[in-house]
Design a protein around this ligand. Structure first.
Ligand SMILES: [Zn+2]
Length: 245
C-alpha cells in the first residue's frame, strides 16, 4: 500500500491470492480467508489518510458459489471505493467464468464500480456488462495485434493471411482510428509480413480504438434503454473466428 501511494496510483487493488485453476474447495476456502485478511489490512491502511489511492477489494473464491458469495459480502462490509472480481480467465471454461461473475456480482454494492480483472474477448465484455460489470483491463487487444490480428465487430482478422494482400479497404469499414483512416488492409499486411514494426503499431492502435468504441457504444445503448437489443445483435454478429482466419 505504501508503494502504491508513492507511485501516485489513482486506484490500488487490495492484496489478494488468485488461486490456481483447478483447485479444490479446501484450498480455495483457505486462500479466500487469506485474501480477506489482506483486504482488511489494506483497508485499515487507508483509514485517516488524506492523500491515498482509491482502494478496490478483490472477490476470489474460485469456482465455488458459497465462497464467491462469502467473498463479495465480506468485502462489501469493508466498504471499498470499488470491487474487482478476480480469479477469472485463469483456465476455466467460459461458462464457469460467467458463473463466477454471476455468483459474486449480486452481493456487491450497486452504486460502486465493479471491475472484471483480465477480460476479455469483445462478446464476453458485452455479456459481462449485461451482468453488471463496469470496468475491464486486458492484454488481449495489444497482444493479438502483435500477431497481426485485428478485432472487428464481425470477429478477428489475421492480416498475415494471403487474401488480404490485394485488399484496398481499411481493417474495418467505418472505423475512425488512424490505421483505418490512413492505411489499407493490403498495406498493413505488407508491413507485417516484412516485419516492419509500424504494422504492429497500427494494428495495436486499431484494436485499442475498437475496445474503447465498443465500451462507449455499450454506455450509449444502456442510456438509450436499447442495450439488450444491442447485446443480442453484437454477440450474434461476432464470429469467434473471423473472415480472415
Ligand atoms: Zn480502425
Amino acid at each position: 500500500m505504501d508503494i502504491q501511494a508513492t507511485l501516485g496510483s489513482d486506484i490500488a487493488m487490495a492484496f489478494d491470492e488468485c488461486p490456481p485453476h483447478p483447485c479444490g474447495y479446501d484450498y480455495a476456502a483457505k486462500s479466500l480467508a487469506l485474501t480477506l485478511r489482506w483486504a482488511e489490512r489494506c483497508r485499515r491502511w487507508t483509514q485517516g489518510r488524506e492523500h491515498r489511492p482509491a482502494l478496490f477489494g478483490i472477490v476470489q473464491g474460485s469456482v465455488f458459489e458459497p465462497l464467491r458469495r462469502e467473498a463479495a459480502e465480506a468485502l462489501a462490509r469493508m466498504d471499498f471505493e470499488g470491487y474487482a472480481i478476480g480469479g477469472v480467465s485463469v483456465g476455466e471454461t467460459e461458462a464457469e467464468m460467467m458463473q463466477a461473475i454471476e455468483w459474486s456480482e449480486p452481493f456487491l454494492p450497486p452504486q460502486k464500480p465493479r471491475y472484471a480483472m483480465g477480460l476479455g474477448m469483445p462478446p464476453q465484455m458485452i455479456e459481462l456488462v449485461a451482468r453488471g460489470i463496469d470496468m475491464f483491463d486486458c492484454v488481449l487487444p495489444t497482444r493479438i495485434a502483435r500477431n497481426g490480428t485485428a478485432f472487428t465487430a464481425a470477429g478477428t482478422l489475421n492480416l498475415k493471411n494471403a487474401p488480404f494482400a490485394s485488399e484496398k479497404g481499411p481493417i474495418e469499414e467505418g472505423c475512425d482510428c488512424y490505421a483505418c483512416t490512413e492505411f489499407s488492409r493490403g498495406y498493413l499486411r505488407h508491413l507485417i509480413k516484412s516485419e516492419e514494426i509500424l504494422g504492429l503499431r497500427l494494428v495495436t492502435l486499431h484494436n485499442l480504438h475498437f475496445y474503447i468504441r465498443l465500451m462507449e457504444r455499450a454506455r450509449c445503448e444502456i442510456e438509450a434503454g436499447t442495450f439488450e437489443n444491442f447485446r443480442r445483435r453484437f454477440v450474434a454478429g461476432y464470429k469467434p473466428h473471423g473472415e480472415g482466419e
